[in-house]
Design a protein around this ligand. Structure first.
Ligand SMILES: Nc1ncnc2c1ncn2[C@@H]1O[C@H](COP(=O)(O)OP(=O)(O)O)[C@@H](O)[C@H]1O
Ligand SMILES: [Mg+2]
Length: 292
């Protein structure tokens, strides 16, 4: 199981949404992170054979996705960013319908629908209408449909947008439980979604690959660049104007800020351990030299 992306570029009209991206993936969970507009959806749609690239090549176990789309789709599961459900369908009926669309024979489809409902822990809600489902339940149906063919490659595009914190955590652990012996690529612009579940992070910004790294390495690279400062309103405003501030907490005797800066931003500032989110902000900033 190997996904190889070579010098991949995509242009929409005059704009390059992806520029010269090369990556190699083996089974495991990869977090694809980057701000809105970075090119995450474009990359995922190209891998999923739904969008042709302008330049470059994508292969799965040596099969070119452009010439072997049919074969690649057989091992692929995809949850798009804007996945729509039919509110009048029950979860079971909807999944059976999609299984038929995917060409699964009827008997196999029935069995697989029961299996995926169990995988995403919706067996009890299987005969309820989707219109009454919570955001988290809907996303679990989305994952269930992507799992119908037991894919070796699972691509999930911003699945946690719109979920509440409890649902996010549930969804995260669900995905982590599916990682054995498949490749999962999960995109998000919220780094905490991939914290603790992705062993690898690919950071995109404006169509270019900024980093292909691990959470640990990202933290190491950011060390010494996150500062804690306790100060008054006036200084806090100056710090916010001059630096990126990652947290700001009002306290009884002033404000407590975390500031991202390669050098000491204030005489009272002391270095603190970065969070993964702060490390990500450092990475994005280091590349551009301007404040994000
Ligand atoms: N169908 C399209 N036509 C023109 N431009 C597009 C289209 N889809 C995406 N883009 C542009 O390509 C860039 C990358 O978009 P996208 O892949 O959706 O990024 P992300 O998923 O990281 O937010 C953005 O600048 C976006 O405006
Ligand atoms: Mg997107």
């Amino acid at each position: 199981m190997e996904l190889i992306i070579e010098n991949l570029s995509k242009r929409y009209d005059q704009n390059w949404a992806l520029k010269d991206v090369s990556l190699r993936f083996e089974p495991g969970m990869v977090g694809l992170v980057g701000p809105n507009g970075a090119g995450k959806t474009t990359l995922m749609r190209i891998i999923s054979t739904l969008l042709p690239q302008t330049e470059g090549r994508v292969t799965w176990d040596g099969l070119d996705t452009r010439t072997h789309g049919q074969q690649v789709r057989q091992i692929l599961g995809y949850l798009p960013q804007d996945f729509g459900l039919y509110p009048e369908f029950t979860a079971r009926r909807f999944l059976r319908y999609l299984a038929a669309m995917k060409g699964l024979p009827k008997e196999l489809a029935r069995r697989r629908v029961d299996e995926v409902l169990e995988l995403v822990n919706l067996q009890k809600e299987a005969d309820r209408k989707l219109g009454g489902f919570s955001g988290g339940m809907k996303q679990r149906v989305g994952i269930a449909q992507a799992l119908l063919n037991d894919p070796e490659l699972l691509i999930v595009d911003e699945p946690t947008a719109g979920l509440d914190p409890q649902e996010r955590v549930r969804f995260r652990t669900l995905l982590a439980s599916l990682t054995t012996s498949r490749l999962i690529i999960l995109s998000t612009h919220i780094i905490s979604d991939v914290e603790a579940v992705a062993s690898r992070l690919v950071i995109l910004r404006q169509g270019k690959m900024l980093a292909d790294t691990t959470p640990e390495k990202l933290l190491v690279a950011a060390s010494g660049q996150v500062w804690s400062v306790q100060t008054d309103q006036h200084n806090a405003q100056r710090l916010q104007a001059e630096h990126q501030v990652s947290t700001l907490v009002a306290q009884r005797d002033g404000l407590l800020l975390n500031v991202i800066s390669p050098t000491r931003p204030h005489p009272d500032a002391r270095v603190v351990e970065p969070s993964l989110e702060e490390a990500y902000l450092v990475a994005i900033k280091a590349e551009t030299g301007v404040r994000a």
